[in-house]
Design a protein around this ligand. Structure first.
Ligand SMILES: O=C(O)CCC(=O)C(=O)O
Length: 258
Protein backbone atom coordinates (compact mmCIF):
# COMPACT_ATOMS: atom_id res chain seq x y z
CA UNK A 1 0.00 0.00 0.00
CA UNK A 2 1.41 3.40 -0.92
CA UNK A 3 0.22 6.85 0.05
CA UNK A 4 -0.20 7.71 -3.62
CA UNK A 5 -3.75 7.61 -4.96
CA UNK A 6 -4.91 6.94 -8.46
CA UNK A 7 -7.74 8.73 -10.16
CA UNK A 8 -8.63 7.81 -13.72
CA UNK A 9 -9.72 10.52 -16.14
CA UNK A 10 -13.52 10.64 -16.49
CA UNK A 11 -14.93 7.98 -18.81
CA UNK A 12 -18.43 7.08 -19.94
CA UNK A 13 -18.64 4.93 -16.82
CA UNK A 14 -17.76 7.83 -14.54
CA UNK A 15 -20.84 9.84 -13.81
CA UNK A 16 -20.60 13.58 -13.38
CA UNK A 17 -20.28 15.18 -9.93
CA UNK A 18 -23.64 16.31 -8.57
CA UNK A 19 -24.40 19.26 -6.31
CA UNK A 20 -27.68 19.15 -4.42
CA UNK A 21 -28.81 22.31 -2.66
CA UNK A 22 -31.49 21.21 -0.19
CA UNK A 23 -32.29 24.72 0.98
CA UNK A 24 -32.04 26.12 4.50
CA UNK A 25 -28.25 25.96 4.35
CA UNK A 26 -28.05 22.19 3.72
CA UNK A 27 -26.29 20.68 0.75
CA UNK A 28 -24.83 17.46 -0.60
CA UNK A 29 -21.98 17.01 -3.06
CA UNK A 30 -21.82 13.60 -4.71
CA UNK A 31 -18.65 12.56 -6.54
CA UNK A 32 -19.43 9.21 -8.17
CA UNK A 33 -16.42 7.07 -9.00
CA UNK A 34 -14.05 9.72 -7.68
CA UNK A 35 -11.47 7.05 -6.89
CA UNK A 36 -10.60 4.47 -9.53
CA UNK A 37 -12.00 0.97 -8.99
CA UNK A 38 -8.56 -0.66 -8.61
CA UNK A 39 -7.58 1.89 -5.95
CA UNK A 40 -10.90 1.42 -4.12
CA UNK A 41 -10.53 -2.40 -4.34
CA UNK A 42 -7.03 -2.19 -2.85
CA UNK A 43 -8.25 -0.07 0.06
CA UNK A 44 -11.25 -2.31 0.61
CA UNK A 45 -9.09 -5.45 0.85
CA UNK A 46 -6.54 -3.81 3.15
CA UNK A 47 -9.18 -2.51 5.56
CA UNK A 48 -11.70 -5.33 5.53
CA UNK A 49 -9.15 -7.96 6.42
CA UNK A 50 -7.11 -6.04 8.97
CA UNK A 51 -9.22 -3.64 11.05
CA UNK A 52 -10.26 -4.79 14.52
CA UNK A 53 -13.99 -4.43 13.90
CA UNK A 54 -16.41 -3.98 16.80
CA UNK A 55 -20.06 -4.98 16.91
CA UNK A 56 -21.27 -3.50 20.18
CA UNK A 57 -24.61 -3.43 21.90
CA UNK A 58 -26.20 -0.02 21.55
CA UNK A 59 -28.99 1.62 23.52
CA UNK A 60 -31.68 3.21 21.42
CA UNK A 61 -35.10 4.48 22.38
CA UNK A 62 -35.10 2.55 25.61
CA UNK A 63 -33.89 -0.72 24.10
CA UNK A 64 -30.53 -2.43 24.04
CA UNK A 65 -29.68 -4.30 20.84
CA UNK A 66 -26.73 -5.48 18.80
CA UNK A 67 -25.58 -2.78 16.37
CA UNK A 68 -26.70 -3.91 12.91
CA UNK A 69 -23.22 -3.40 11.41
CA UNK A 70 -19.59 -3.43 12.51
CA UNK A 71 -17.62 -0.26 13.19
CA UNK A 72 -14.11 1.05 13.78
CA UNK A 73 -13.19 4.54 15.01
CA UNK A 74 -9.95 6.46 14.47
CA UNK A 75 -8.98 10.03 15.35
CA UNK A 76 -6.13 12.41 16.10
CA UNK A 77 -4.79 11.86 19.62
CA UNK A 78 -6.19 14.07 22.39
CA UNK A 79 -9.70 14.69 21.08
CA UNK A 80 -12.92 14.19 22.97
CA UNK A 81 -13.91 10.53 22.46
CA UNK A 82 -16.93 9.75 20.31
CA UNK A 83 -20.00 8.40 22.06
CA UNK A 84 -23.30 7.48 20.43
CA UNK A 85 -26.30 5.41 21.45
CA UNK A 86 -24.72 4.67 24.83
CA UNK A 87 -21.57 3.27 23.23
CA UNK A 88 -18.03 4.71 23.19
CA UNK A 89 -16.10 3.03 20.36
CA UNK A 90 -12.45 2.04 20.93
CA UNK A 91 -10.23 5.04 20.06
CA UNK A 92 -7.51 4.24 17.51
CA UNK A 93 -4.90 6.65 16.13
CA UNK A 94 -3.65 7.19 12.57
CA UNK A 95 -0.01 6.29 13.31
CA UNK A 96 -1.10 2.69 13.88
CA UNK A 97 -3.00 2.48 10.57
CA UNK A 98 -0.90 4.00 7.73
CA UNK A 99 -3.41 2.88 5.10
CA UNK A 100 -6.08 5.00 6.78
CA UNK A 101 -3.72 7.93 6.95
CA UNK A 102 -3.21 7.63 3.18
CA UNK A 103 -6.96 7.41 2.58
CA UNK A 104 -7.59 10.46 4.76
CA UNK A 105 -5.01 12.44 2.75
CA UNK A 106 -6.70 11.34 -0.48
CA UNK A 107 -10.17 12.32 0.76
CA UNK A 108 -8.91 15.71 2.01
CA UNK A 109 -7.46 16.23 -1.48
CA UNK A 110 -10.81 15.26 -3.03
CA UNK A 111 -12.70 17.83 -0.96
CA UNK A 112 -10.27 20.69 -0.34
CA UNK A 113 -10.83 23.05 2.54
CA UNK A 114 -11.60 20.53 5.28
CA UNK A 115 -9.24 19.15 7.90
CA UNK A 116 -10.85 15.90 8.96
CA UNK A 117 -9.38 14.60 12.21
CA UNK A 118 -11.57 11.56 12.79
CA UNK A 119 -13.23 8.76 10.89
CA UNK A 120 -15.96 6.31 11.82
CA UNK A 121 -15.88 3.31 9.50
CA UNK A 122 -18.99 1.19 9.01
CA UNK A 123 -18.82 -2.38 7.76
CA UNK A 124 -21.98 -3.73 6.17
CA UNK A 125 -21.21 -7.44 5.84
CA UNK A 126 -24.21 -7.98 3.55
CA UNK A 127 -27.75 -6.73 2.98
CA UNK A 128 -28.75 -7.59 6.56
CA UNK A 129 -26.44 -4.87 7.85
CA UNK A 130 -27.80 -1.36 8.03
CA UNK A 131 -27.82 1.99 9.72
CA UNK A 132 -31.25 3.34 10.62
CA UNK A 133 -32.46 6.91 10.24
CA UNK A 134 -30.28 9.26 12.26
CA UNK A 135 -28.28 12.46 12.05
CA UNK A 136 -24.66 12.85 13.09
CA UNK A 137 -25.52 15.66 15.46
CA UNK A 138 -23.14 14.76 18.26
CA UNK A 139 -22.03 17.91 20.08
CA UNK A 140 -18.31 17.23 19.58
CA UNK A 141 -18.67 17.88 15.81
CA UNK A 142 -20.12 21.36 16.32
CA UNK A 143 -23.45 22.69 15.06
CA UNK A 144 -22.91 22.47 11.30
CA UNK A 145 -20.40 19.69 10.64
CA UNK A 146 -19.16 18.75 7.19
CA UNK A 147 -19.00 14.98 6.78
CA UNK A 148 -17.27 13.28 3.86
CA UNK A 149 -17.96 9.63 3.21
CA UNK A 150 -16.00 7.27 1.00
CA UNK A 151 -17.73 4.06 -0.10
CA UNK A 152 -15.73 0.91 -0.79
CA UNK A 153 -16.95 -2.47 -2.03
CA UNK A 154 -20.57 -3.43 -2.74
CA UNK A 155 -22.99 -0.65 -3.65
CA UNK A 156 -25.74 0.26 -1.19
CA UNK A 157 -28.66 2.65 -1.09
CA UNK A 158 -28.05 5.78 0.98
CA UNK A 159 -31.26 7.62 1.81
CA UNK A 160 -31.67 11.18 2.99
CA UNK A 161 -34.87 12.71 4.31
CA UNK A 162 -35.89 15.96 5.94
CA UNK A 163 -36.60 15.76 9.66
CA UNK A 164 -40.21 16.27 10.57
CA UNK A 165 -41.29 17.13 14.05
CA UNK A 166 -44.71 16.50 15.48
CA UNK A 167 -46.54 19.65 16.59
CA UNK A 168 -46.25 18.43 20.19
CA UNK A 169 -42.47 17.93 20.01
CA UNK A 170 -42.03 21.36 18.47
CA UNK A 171 -44.19 22.93 21.19
CA UNK A 172 -42.16 21.16 23.89
CA UNK A 173 -38.92 22.39 22.39
CA UNK A 174 -40.28 25.90 22.10
CA UNK A 175 -41.45 25.98 25.69
CA UNK A 176 -38.12 24.54 26.90
CA UNK A 177 -36.38 27.41 25.15
CA UNK A 178 -38.92 29.92 26.41
CA UNK A 179 -39.15 31.44 22.96
CA UNK A 180 -41.60 31.65 20.13
CA UNK A 181 -40.03 30.49 16.91
CA UNK A 182 -41.14 30.65 13.33
CA UNK A 183 -42.07 27.43 11.56
CA UNK A 184 -38.76 27.45 9.71
CA UNK A 185 -36.77 27.68 12.96
CA UNK A 186 -38.54 24.87 14.74
CA UNK A 187 -35.76 22.29 14.33
CA UNK A 188 -32.70 23.67 16.08
CA UNK A 189 -29.23 22.33 16.77
CA UNK A 190 -30.21 21.89 20.41
CA UNK A 191 -33.11 19.66 19.43
CA UNK A 192 -31.01 17.07 17.70
CA UNK A 193 -27.83 16.81 19.74
CA UNK A 194 -27.38 13.14 20.65
CA UNK A 195 -30.22 12.22 18.35
CA UNK A 196 -28.43 9.34 16.66
CA UNK A 197 -31.53 7.15 16.62
CA UNK A 198 -31.33 3.57 15.40
CA UNK A 199 -34.95 2.96 14.56
CA UNK A 200 -36.17 1.38 11.35
CA UNK A 201 -39.62 2.84 11.88
CA UNK A 202 -40.16 5.31 9.08
CA UNK A 203 -43.35 6.66 10.62
CA UNK A 204 -41.78 7.55 13.93
CA UNK A 205 -40.66 11.03 12.93
CA UNK A 206 -43.90 11.84 11.18
CA UNK A 207 -44.75 12.47 7.58
CA UNK A 208 -41.82 12.89 5.22
CA UNK A 209 -41.57 16.09 3.27
CA UNK A 210 -38.54 15.30 1.11
CA UNK A 211 -36.47 12.23 0.48
CA UNK A 212 -33.47 11.54 -1.74
CA UNK A 213 -31.75 8.30 -2.62
CA UNK A 214 -28.15 7.73 -3.70
CA UNK A 215 -26.74 4.41 -4.81
CA UNK A 216 -23.25 4.63 -3.35
CA UNK A 217 -20.68 2.47 -5.10
CA UNK A 218 -17.00 1.56 -4.93
CA UNK A 219 -14.86 4.73 -4.90
CA UNK A 220 -17.77 7.20 -4.55
CA UNK A 221 -17.40 10.21 -2.27
CA UNK A 222 -20.36 12.03 -0.75
CA UNK A 223 -20.19 15.24 1.24
CA UNK A 224 -22.91 16.48 3.62
CA UNK A 225 -22.61 20.16 4.48
CA UNK A 226 -24.11 23.01 6.47
CA UNK A 227 -27.33 22.27 8.34
CA UNK A 228 -27.66 18.68 7.07
CA UNK A 229 -27.25 17.13 10.52
CA UNK A 230 -29.69 19.60 12.07
CA UNK A 231 -32.47 19.46 9.51
CA UNK A 232 -32.00 16.14 7.70
CA UNK A 233 -31.28 12.54 8.56
CA UNK A 234 -29.84 9.65 6.62
CA UNK A 235 -29.96 5.86 6.55
CA UNK A 236 -28.58 2.77 4.81
CA UNK A 237 -31.55 0.39 4.89
CA UNK A 238 -31.44 -3.40 4.91
CA UNK A 239 -31.54 -4.90 1.43
CA UNK A 240 -32.04 -8.68 1.48
CA UNK A 241 -30.81 -9.10 -2.10
CA UNK A 242 -27.37 -7.61 -1.34
CA UNK A 243 -24.77 -10.33 -0.75
CA UNK A 244 -21.46 -8.42 -0.77
CA UNK A 245 -19.70 -6.29 1.84
CA UNK A 246 -19.57 -2.49 1.87
CA UNK A 247 -17.34 -0.23 3.92
CA UNK A 248 -18.16 3.44 4.42
CA UNK A 249 -15.50 5.72 5.82
CA UNK A 250 -17.14 8.79 7.32
CA UNK A 251 -14.63 11.57 7.91
CA UNK A 252 -15.53 14.28 10.41
CA UNK A 253 -13.86 17.05 12.40
CA UNK A 254 -14.00 16.78 16.19
CA UNK A 255 -13.89 20.32 17.58
CA UNK A 256 -13.56 19.57 21.29
CA UNK A 257 -10.35 18.53 23.04
CA UNK A 258 -10.64 15.69 25.55
O1 LIG B 1 -22.66 4.09 5.38
C1 LIG B 1 -22.96 5.23 5.15
O2 LIG B 1 -22.80 5.74 4.03
C2 LIG B 1 -23.59 6.07 6.23
C3 LIG B 1 -22.92 5.93 7.54
C4 LIG B 1 -23.56 6.76 8.60
O3 LIG B 1 -24.68 7.13 8.49
C5 LIG B 1 -22.82 7.14 9.81
O4 LIG B 1 -21.69 6.68 10.02
O5 LIG B 1 -23.34 7.96 10.55
Amino acid sequence: MTAKTRRDPPTAATRAAQELDLGGGSSISYLPGHFAADQADEWFKALDSSLPWERPEIFVRGRRSLQPRETFYIADPGLKPLKYSGHAPAYHIWDDFPVLQAIRDAVCEAVPGYAFNSCLINRYADGDSSVAWHSDAEKLFGIAPTIASLSLGTSRDFLVRRKVRSKRASAEVDSAHGTKRTKREKVSAVDVISSRGETQDEKELGEETSKFSFYLGNGDVLLMRGNMQRDWEHAVPKRKAVKGTRLSLTFRTVLEPS
